[in-house]
Design a protein around this ligand. Structure first.
Ligand code: IMP
Ligand code: MG
Length: 179
């Protein structure tokens, strides 16, 4: 797997330091509040598990899985909920945890979908943010790193379902994407 990597964009150590900061900030911001952390499978599973352990206040953890139709490296904005939440969100503070916000269509869909359940607040944490690719206006409230317009993999992010277990955020060799 490692031989397919062209270069490392963000190292595991940089990520872990940033995740500790984000966890501390979230713990301060939600102190005394009823927090539900919602990880978006599969990409955010690894980031969410680190972030959740970096949060020091009482909180609940749940997961959603949605599919977006279309080519593997492009988001189409057409979404379907494959796994929904177990708990009610009425009057609770919800934090969506994503791996990357690219066009913003996925987050926009999720915010519209979850806001119908009457949460007290609805915010977004994302490990990565590619603002140059945005087509809809969405805010990332807790952002790990801004990345340039490259297709990246690692720490949960995949290319055709592989490379999620790379420990760093990496760019693959062009021949891999071409394959
Ligand atoms: P959006 O709806 O365009 O914001 O895309 C969000 C989803 O597209 C993410 O949750 C990822 O699954 C996927 N995605 C976007 N950019 C990348 C990337 O560079 N690497 C891996 N997955 C990506
Ligand atoms: Mg994803």
């Amino acid at each position: 797997m490692q031989q397919d990597v062209e270069r490392i964009l963000i190292s595991e150590a940089e990520m872990q330091a940033k995740i500790r900061e984000l966890g501390a900030q979230i713990s301060r911001d939600y102190a005394g509040k009823d927090l539900v952390v919602v990880g978006i499978l599969k990409g955010a599973a690894l980031f969410c598990s680190d972030l959740f352990r970096a949060i020091s206040i009482k909180a609940e953890l749940d997961f959603m899985r949605i599919s977006s139709y279309g080519a593997s490296t492009k988001s189409t904005g057409v979404h379907r909920v494959l796994l929904d939440l177990d708990y009610t969100l009425e009057g609770r503070h919800v934090l969506i945890v994503e791996d990357i916000v690219d066009t913003g269509l996925t987050i926009k869909f999720l915010k519209d979908y979850l806001s119908q359940r009457g949460p007290a607040s609805l915010r977004v944490a994302s490990l990565l943010d590619k603002p140059s690719r945005r087509t809809v206006d969405v805010t990332v409230d807790y952002r790990g790193f801004e990345v340039p317009d490259f297709f990246v993999v690692g720490n949960g992010l995949d290319y055709a379902e592989k490379y999620r277990n790379l420990r760093d955020i990496c760019i693959l060799k062009p021949e891999v994407y071409g394959g």
